[in-house]
Write a protein that binds this ligand. Structure first.
Ligand SMILES: [Zn+2]
Ligand SMILES: [Zn+2]
Length: 332
């Protein structure tokens, strides 16, 4: 049995053959999570404006080019956008932001909170629009364990992987507890809106079920809202692993990261016969993605980051993975 999941949308933005980008959204606003910063042209400005946190694996262009659209969608918002990545992310994001000319309208209050992940420590800086983006002040902190980000609904874990440049793999883990139920919300009498977040906070802090709330002209008890629009679920894990070799030393860490995941999205750049290329450019082969899926006992493996040389014959990669792990899919 799979873990109940709370997300309302889980989308491999460019499919298995394009830049690996994963968009995960939840009911309510400003709470979407994005894994990787490659091409995101098929996400609307509204979807990007709904982002709460972005997790960059590394700075190769196919994983970082989309930062411009992320900034554009968020620059006139009054919120904090969290952005994670490997060392030098602060300077790189700062340089990009500084490369634009701004009118600096008073309503532009975006704060980009950039965190660099290093082994055993993090470096964080706030890039603030209201201050007209002065040089970042960096705060360094000890970082133990794997959790790099946490909100009321999810935690995100990170582990360093082995690519040609510093690179991280991530997993999102939903907390067990009450979450908005996307199906119930879609079919319910009340239109989704700000009340969803308000009601959720009241449920989570344990306000009495008899509390009466007025929403869209009607009165409801907290208990009835909990039953009709929310579900007790969570624990679902989604792992995002890309641009790494599959080595003995990395194996235990990646297996732990992907353990029991509802879905593992995994690098499968090469087929078996390109073992040399995989070793040289530090990518995974499709059958290695399947080995990881098997060891981590995931529910579903989604292959991604197919090299363009396989265009028209992607089936080859899918078949090689399926031989090792039958619950393999790809989005072509
Ligand atoms: Zn790369
Ligand atoms: Zn890549």
């Amino acid at each position: 049995m799979g873990s109940a999941r709370a997300f309302s949308e889980l989308r491999l933005v460019n499919g298995s053959a394009g830049d690996p980008v994963l968009y995960i959204d939840y009911p309510d606003g400003d709470n979407a999570i994005l894994f990787d910063g490659g091409d995101n042209c098929s996400l609307t400005m509204q979807q990007l404006g709904d982002l709460e946190a972005v997790f960059i694996t590394h700075h190769h262009v196919d994983h970082f080019i989309g930062l411009d659209r992320i900034m554009r969608a968020n620059i006139d918002r009054d919120k904090t956008l969290h952005l994670f990545g490997p060392e030098t992310t602060i300077q790189k994001v700062y340089d990009r932001i500084r490369s634009y000319e701004y009118p600096f309208f008073p309503f532009q209050k975006i704060v980009v909170r950039v965190t660099e992940l290093l082994s055993g420590r993090t470096r964080t800086a706030l890039l603030e629009c209201t201050k007209k983006f002065p040089e970042p002040e960096i705060r360094e902190q000890v970082w133990r364990g794997r959790v790099c980000y946490e909100n009321d609904a999810v935690t995100v874990e990170a582990v360093p992987v082995e690519h040609t440049v510093p690179c991280w793999a991530y997993a999102l883990c939903e907390k067990i507890g009450f979450h908005p139920d996307p199906a119930k919300l879609a079919g319910g009498m009340l239109r989704p809106g700000n009340w969803v977040g308000d009601v959720l906070r009241k449920i989570r802090v344990g306000e009495p079920g008899s509390t009466i709330l007025t929403i869209q002209g009607g009165s409801f008890t907290l208990d009835s809202l909990a039953e009709n629009y929310f579900a007790e679920s969570g624990g679902a894990r989604v792992a995002f692993v890309t641009d790494t070799q599959w080595s003995e030393t990395l194996r235990p860490e990646l297996v732990k990261l992907a353990k029991g995941a509802s879905r593992l999205y995994c690098d499968s750049f090469y087929a078996k016969k390109e073992a040399k290329g995989a070793a040289q450019y530090k990518h995974m082969m499709a059958h290695q993605a399947a080995e990881l899926a098997k060891l981590a006992k995931v529910e579903q493996l989604v292959l991604m980051h197919f090299a363009t040389r396989y265009a028209g014959k992607y089936e080859m990669l899918i078949d090689e993975a399926k031989e090792v792990f039958p619950r393999t899919t790809a989005e072509i």
